[in-house]
Write a protein that binds this ligand. Structure first.
Ligand code: XLS
Ligand code: NI
Ligand code: NI
Length: 433
């Protein structure tokens, strides 16, 4: 036991009326929502990097946090793990997520770095066994070290491609060993700073080959988790190839991988791409590739990926509506890819940031479930398209222009516009928020 969270109790559900800061007002893991426990709907995960590895720097200043585990050794890495699992326990979150770089010290070379990862993976294994905390996903950090500055899989230097492939293999091994439910690929440096030095054709072929190898390896080792790609349009690159849901779907189709890969969709990234979160989720749901979510918002004025805990119930509700409509999470879940503000120095802040986010998500989920169970929105949507279910209209989708022209003339068709009823539907939504 460390003493980092010494004065902080384990958080329990106490209901909306409690005045205890260290309690849940809305997140009640055992409450049944649409026939399923709330915990099993939301599947919350803590992001190891933001909570335990990030030091509070911004582009104008360095570390603001002062944690006893900062430093490069294995001892420090183990203390970090001790504190992390103590936090999972205080919060009662069922999952966590990590990059290799967050959890192990770097070694002198690839082999030593891998041994360090394996040592930490064994340490995690024991802690997961005794605590019951599970791994939502593992991933490789292919963006922090300077060797990745021109890309990982899409690097013009084949040795960087090789290093990246080897690293992903070790991270997939780690994720598999820990029983991870998914493996994530976020292409932080897969993009370009300038088109002047970039060969788009080669870089796409490299990315396609890389992803095919990831999928082959998954099958080779018998990893049953889902491979997920996380879209993001900019930051850190000027342009990133995995721009948004639609772009990734096109990429998957191009390489014939659309049945092997789903997406991990992040709220803040959707906004950076000029979409709403619910747009990205609805599109992924419609394409059958909605896998998991990173539930962290941006500051809408800064226009950057500020990774804040969610605090807007109506926004979150729209998101969970799309998740529920797509059938809910299977392997996926709600990862807080969120970090404290750099002035939030205390251990308490870490706990309360997550607790607040969990309560906001619980409220959003309950609102979304209530609207879905009401059925009003879906009935209105169905009614809007109902004429397409008539045989003569259905047949038109397999017809041809000349026959359709004949039909328009013969039947004297002259369509009358009908209301889209947007305000009425918005009013319906607001009854549940
Ligand atoms: C960065 C991404 C990253 C991924 C995991 O913006 O959100 O944190 O989720 O590599
Ligand atoms: Ni992000
Ligand atoms: Ni993310």
């Amino acid at each position: 036991m460390t003493d980092f969270f010494a004065n902080i109790p384990q958080l329990k559900y106490e209901g909306p009326e409690t005045d205890n800061d260290f309690a849940y007002r809305h997140y009640n893991p055992d409450e049944i929502v649409m026939g399923k426990r709330m915990e099993d709907h939301l599947r919350f995960a803590v992001a190891y990097w933001h909570s335990f590895a990030w030091e509070g720097g911004d582009p104008f200043g360095g570390r603001t946090f002062d944690r006893p585990w900062y430093g490069e050794g294995m001892q420090q890495a183990k203390m970090k793990a001790d504190v992390a699992f103590e936090m999972f326990d205080r919060l009662g979150v069922p999952f966590f997520c990590f990059h290799d770089e967050d959890v192990r010290p770097a070694g002198a070379d690839f082999a030593e770095t891998t041994r360090n990862l394996e040592e930490i993976v064994d340490y995690f294994g024991e802690k997961m066994e005794s605590s019951g905390t599970k791994l939502l996903w593992g991933t490789a950090n292919l963006f922090t070290h300077r060797r990745f500055m021109s890309g990982a899989a899409t690097n013009p230097d084949p040795e960087v491609f090789a290093w990246s492939a080897a690293t992903v293999k070790t991270c997939m091994d780690a994720t598999h060993k820990l029983g991870g439910a998914n493996y994530v690929l976020w292409g932080g440096r897969e993009g370009y700073e300038t088109l002047l030095n970039t060969d788009l054709t080669r870089e796409a072929e490299q990315a396609g080959a890389f992803l095919s190898m990831v999928i082959d390896y998954k099958h080779k080792i018998g990893f049953k988790g889902q491979i997920l790609i996380e879209p993001k349009p900019q930051e850190p690159s000027k342009h990133q190839y995995d721009y948004d849901v639609a772009t990734i779907y096109g990429f998957l189709k191009r390489f014939g991988l659309e049945n092997e890969v789903k997406l991990n969709i992040e709220q803040g990234h959707a906004i950076l791409a000029g979409h709403s979160f619910e747009h990205e989720l609805a599109l992924a749901g419609s394409l059958g590739i909605l896998g998991s979510i990173d539930m962290n918002r941006n500051d809408y004025q800064s226009g950057w990926d500020t990774d804040q805990f969610p605090n807007n119930v109506p926004e979150v509700a729209l998101a969970y509506y799309e998740v529920l409509k797509a059938g809910g999470f299977t392997t996926g879940g709600t990862n807080f890819d969120a970090k404290l503000r750099r002035q939030s120095l205390d251990a308490e802040d870490l706990i309360l940031g997550h607790a607040g986010g969990m309560d906001v998500c619980a409220r959003g989920l309950k609102a979304a479930a209530a609207l879905l169970e009401d059925g009003g929105l879906e009935a209105a949507r169905d009614a809007r398209y109902a004429d397409w279910d008539k045989p003569e209209n259905k047949a038109m989708l397999h017809s041809d222009l000349a026959s359709i022209e004949a039909r328009v003339r013969d039947q004297g068709l002259n369509p009358e516009p009908r209301s889209g009823r947007q305000e009425r539907l918005e009013n319906l939504w607001n009854r549940y928020l």
